[in-house]
Design a protein around this ligand. Structure first.
Ligand SMILES: [Zn+2]
Length: 299
């Protein structure tokens, strides 16, 4: 009797934790896509409301966080200041592997308070996922430093990610995992484009019990064929490209072609939150498992 009460209370606590994680993910998505954030336009003289929100959220999780500012070209003649938000969970063992950096761009197309681009899928999904994964990973043993990099000015030309890698000693890095557009739709498929050197890691992800299909490839050609669409150069389409230019292995997770991409219909109401949540949980499990081994980019 006692044992079953104990099991029941463990079950209740586990479910309460899962429920609160899901509520928090929904709340973060709501904030990022709200009219206050006005479509998260890239660049501002000082960190904008979205950068400040992310900074506060990482801080409230007890994770060290900093801004990294950079200049970027905005049109032919003008420049703007962008602000990456960088949170770091340090390695917790003596023999640390190389670093793991998880990226998601928080900027989108902007707009005005009463008419703005919410950018729910692109890329509030990746940004809110960073917060959810950081919360889980904070409680785990880590064999590598894990860096959560929320980039600015991706939409303008991957400027935040390019600036980050320009300031970085690439030898210290094992892997970049880039999250951009995670709201999988009725195809129920998560796409993973990866560097050849990251193949063993993606195989590990595919061995998990994921409640959706995973299509992974290092071949742009195969991805075009699978999506029946060859308009997008996926190797260059998001922040992972900045890491690949520096020879850092990468995995890019995304949902493929979105017919609401860069329209005002890319809203939280128009995406399937449960499917998105399942994607975040799977990627979170994957990153926890990667953190349990000393990573090295050469093996
Ligand atoms: Zn994007």
């Amino acid at each position: 009797m006692r044992v079953s009460w104990l099991l029941l209370s463990i079950w209740l606590v586990a479910n309460a934790n899962a429920a609160s994680a899901s509520t928090r993910l929904y709340e973060d998505m709501s904030v990022l896509t709200s009219s206050e954030h006005q479509g998260r336009e890239a660049g501002s003289p000082t960190p904008n409301i979205t950068a400040q929100f992310l900074h506060e959220r990482f801080q409230s999780l007890g994770i060290e966080v900093n801004y990294q500012s950079f200049e970027f070209k905005n049109g032919f003649f003008s420049k703007k200041l962008g602000h990456n938000v960088i949170a770091t969970l340090p390695c917790t063992v003596d023999q640390c592997g190389k670093k793991l950096v998880i990226t998601a761009h928080y900027d989108h197309l902007g707009g005005r308070e009463n008419s703005f681009y919410a950018g729910a899928n692109d890329n509030a999904t990746g940004t809110a996922a960073l917060l959810a994964i950081a919360k889980v990973l904070k409680e785990q043993t880590r064999f590598s430093d894990v860096i959560f990099l929320a980039t600015d000015a991706e939409e303008k030309g991957l400027y935040g990610a390019k600036h980050y890698v320009s300031e970085t000693d690439i030898n210290g890095y094992a892997l970049n995992i880039n999250l951009d557009m995670l709201a999988i739709n009725n195809r129920n498929t998560l796409y993973a484009l990866h560097d050849k050197k990251a193949k063993k890691y993606i195989e590990q992800f595919k061995q998990q019990e994921n409640p959706f299909k995973v299509f992974s490839t290092s071949s742009q050609f195969r991805l075009h064929k699978k999506l029946n669409d060859n308009r997008i150069n996926w190797h260059k389409a998001s922040d992972h490209y900045a890491f690949s230019l520096k020879k850092i292995p990468y995995i890019y997770f995304g949902m493929g072609i979105d017919d609401k991409h860069h329209t005002k219909k890319d809203t939280l109401d128009n995406m399937n939150f449960e499917k998105y949540q399942a994607v975040v949980e799977s990627i979170s499990d994957f990153i926890v498992s990667l953190a349990q081994i000393p990573l090295d980019s050469t093996n």
